[in-house]
Design a protein around this ligand. Structure first.
Ligand code: NAI
Length: 351
């Protein structure tokens, strides 16, 4: 079944419903754009109240992938899969095989990989049904594997550059509040600690926080208080929508730079950050490391290409922040405009 959404005005392509072996809808694959290449983006496996909420999330995430891939100079369009995590027990292998069938049915228009709630093992199940998947176990000397460390590396380097730009300082001695200490957040915390930053951390999973408090001497903050924690930098590394009309007035950090996709609840929230003098590093600019690694795996590029492309994230961000400061424009608008231009060029070239 295919239907076109109405919530996002620049949505260009399709929504495909994913069904399990019993024919029940278990999620969607949203393809935002294939102007620059096959739509690539991970598979989120999470709890949703309704199919409409899940679909809206997939659409927003797919658009973010289009913009992210375009700005990272990858030959890829943007898409995303979102699957609803069943309550209670379920057959995980069967669920991801069914998802693999759905990916295969699109004939290469969409390439999947990990996102929140999915693992390398899940992608191996998907691989049993389709070759349009990356984020598999890496073979020696080749790109691949869990993209999270690469995402963390790009965020870390971007944060270094943004701190110099916005705070005139290296990370040494600054306090970074990290919301979400999962795959990316924990790896980022280790890099930040090694660079001399102080850490304030929160996760709804208390065990993850306790482990990092013990390992890194981080300060534990409750999940309710982390966004307004006393810190120089806020790094959202959990879920989207955390920068909104309710939270922005209480932020104490002067810079926001983190891995989470869709950190701004609405476009206008970028303006609200600017009005408060808070520098925002657009999420999809800084968190491109994972898709860069996924893309290299899929396209058969060497690990050196991954290093090179990730090294371009920090200077790209600095360029965007310079335009933001020069023209007094929200950073999300500057980044979106650049990305749309690149996608439009791809569309014209394909026409
Ligand atoms: P993950 O699932 O490993 O970690 C997310 C963590 O956030 C979990 O520990 C979870 O308990 C925690 N969390 C959820 N809600 C929270 C809340 N309200 N307060 C505090 N903690 C909360 O996911 P991962 O892979 O680390 O991704 C984190 C974010 O980065 C996501 O938004 C993801 O879309 C984004 N991202 C991840 C990439 C990757 O390579 N893994 C690539 C690009 C973006």
């Amino acid at each position: 079944m295919v239907h076109r959404p109405h919530e996002v005005t620049d949505f260009q392509e399709d929504i495909h419903v994913v069904s399990n072996a019993q024919g029940e809808a278990i999620g969607v694959i949203a393809i935002h754009s294939t102007a620059l290449g096959p739509a690539a983006g991970g598979c989120r496996f999470w709890h949703y109240d309704s199919h409409a909420d899940l679909t809206a999330d997939a659409i927003r995430l797919a658009r973010g992938m289009s913009y992210k891939n375009a700005l990272a100079d990858l030959p890829l369009g943007g898409g995303k899969a979102v699957l609803r995590r069943p309550e209670g027990g379920f057959d995980r292998a069967a669920l991801f095989r069914a998802f693999g069938d759905a990916v295969e049915s699109l004939g290469g228009a969409y390439i999947t990989a990990e996102d929140v709630g999915t693992t390398v093992a899940d992608m191996e199940r998907v691989r049993e049904r389709t070759r349009y998947v990356a984020g598999l176990h890496a073979e020696p000397g080749k790109s691949g594997g869990d993209p999270s460390p690469w995402t963390a590396r790009g965020v870390f380097e971007a944060m270094q550059a943004a701190a110099r730009f916005a705070l005139g300082s290296d990370l040494d001695g600054l306090t970074v509040a990290v919301q979400g200490t999962g795959n990316v957040g924990a790896a980022l915390c280790r890099m930040l600690r090694a660079a001399g930053a102080r850490l304030a951390i929160a996760d709804v999973d208390r065990r993850r926080v306790d482990a990092l408090v013990a390992e890194l001497g981080a300060r534990a903050v409750s999940a309710d208080d982390i966004l307004a924690a006393d810190a120089d930098i806020l790094a959202p590394c959990a879920l989207g929508g955390v920068l909104n009309g309710r939270t922005i007035p209480g932020l104490k950090a002067r810079l926001v730079c983190g891995a989470a996709n869709n950190q701004l609840a609405t476009e206008a929230d970028g303006e609200a950050l600017l009005a408060r003098g808070i520098v925002y590093a657009p999420d999809y600019v800084v968190n491109a490391g994972g898709i860069i690694n996924v893309s290299a795996e899929y396209l058969g590029e060497a690990p050196e290409a991954v290093e090179r492309r990730i090294g371009e994230i920090a200077p790209r961000l600095t360029g965007i922040l310079e335009v933001t400061a020069r023209d007094n424009l929200p950073a999300n608008i500057v980044a979106d405009t650049l990305a749309r231009r690149i996608i439009a060029r791809g569309q014209r070239a394909a026409a």
